[in-house]
Design a binder for this molecule. Structure first.
Ligand code: FES
Ligand SMILES: [Fe+2]
Length: 333
């Protein structure tokens, strides 16, 4: 995208999937918000994200950093950092002399996702990471495993998270970009301090008597998208099956983002029968291709501060833009 005026909005951003990080495996390098980071899981299963560079002499802990019990061990001189970032061992000296610390990030695991807090001016989390599946559900018991089967990462795309957030309230593009039979109707929208929800009516399977997704014929359903801050756009697709999706966009720097799609496909279909692997794969493929359909527009468009809305777009889109503007701290621009 060209001409995007804002910096980064505070909030929770996805940096991976839980099952990517095995207990005790070597630390993995990451770069988000122009910061070099590493992610690892301790031997007892605690997920951690810390600064990448060892405070001793600057080795990158994501290239050869190993996990021993609760500690991350630097490959350069063997200094150990515990899961709070304390320097607890220098193999050839006394760590208490220097009291060094490795900076830690706030991280949560929700519904099989790894979410990291970004705070403008290093502010601590001002709201809790949201659940994306219904209360009482269990992502492992009730849904097919998301990683790597029903999820996908696209690294280094040229757009900021706001573009994906705005997309959730853009009714007309569902027809032109995503192949909806008609321009859907915005049924309603609602917002809180850090979430914005848009709900569309949609007819599924309207083109044919039956399809794999609508085995009992066309279904009048809904698409409900809830954005949590700028990083997370969580979707509910309510048709014959009820499928949950996530579009997560995490800035690498001001020009580039990583985008992740996650599709939680239920283990049971709408009529109570088992969801087969074949149907799981069809849902994943269909949803993932919908993410890809947006990218050519998002990467090449320019930012328009005051868009020319039609009468049907103006109220909901204005409300979404106003909520979005409120997510950026004044200092972050
Ligand atoms: S640079 Fe990490 S222990 Fe020396
Ligand atoms: Fe879209």
């Amino acid at each position: 995208m060209h001409g995007f005026p804002h910096g980064y909005a505070s909030g929770w951003y996805q940096v991976g999937w839980s099952s990517e990080f095995a207990p005790g495996a070597d630390a993995v390098p990451m770069r988000y918000f122009e910061q070099d980071l590493v992610c690892y899981r301790t031997g007892s299963g605690r997920l951690r994200i810390s600064d990448a560079f060892c405070p001793h002499l600057g080795a990158h802990l994501g290239y050869g950093g190993s996990v021993e019990g609760d500690c991350l061990v630097c490959p350069f001189h063997g200094w150990k950092w515990d899961s709070e970032g304390r320097n607890v061992d220098i193999p050839y000296s006394d760590p208490d002399r220097m009291k060094l610390r490795l900076g830690q990030r706030e991280v949560r695991e929700v519904d099989g996702l790894v979410l990291m807090w970004y705070g403008a001016d290093n502010e601590p989390p001002s709201w809790e990471a949201p659940r994306l599946l219904p209360e009482g559900s269990d992502h492992e018991r009730d849904y097919w495993a998301i990683w790597p089967d029903t999820s996908k990462l696209w690294a280094g795309l040229k757009f900021p998270p706001q573009v994906a957030t705005e997309n959730s309230g853009d009714a007309a593009h569902f027809h032109y970009v995503h192949g909806a039979a008609e321009v859907p109707l915005v049924e309603e929208w609602d917002s809180g301090e850090h979430w914005f929800r848009t709900s569309f009516e949609a007819t599924f399977g309207g083109h044919r008597p039956t399809t794999w997704a609508t085995p009992q014929g066309p279904v009048k359903g809904r698409i409900v998208t809830t954005c949590h801050g700028m990083g997370i756009a969580a979707g509910l697709i309510e048709s014959f099956d009820t499928v949950y999706t996530l579009a997560a966009t995490t800035p690498v720097d001001r020009e580039t983002s990583d985008h992740r799609a996650t599709i939680w496909v239920p283990r049971k279909r709408g009529d109570g029968s088992d969801m087969s692997e074949n149907f799981r794969d069809r849902w994943a493929k269909q949803q993932i291709s919908q993410h890809e359909a947006d990218f050519p527009v998002w990467e090449n468009m320019t930012y328009i501060a005051k868009p020319a809305f039609t009468a049907t777009e103006v109220r909901s889109f204005h409300a979404l833009r106003r909520w979005i503007e409120g997510q950026y701290s004044p200092e972050a621009g």
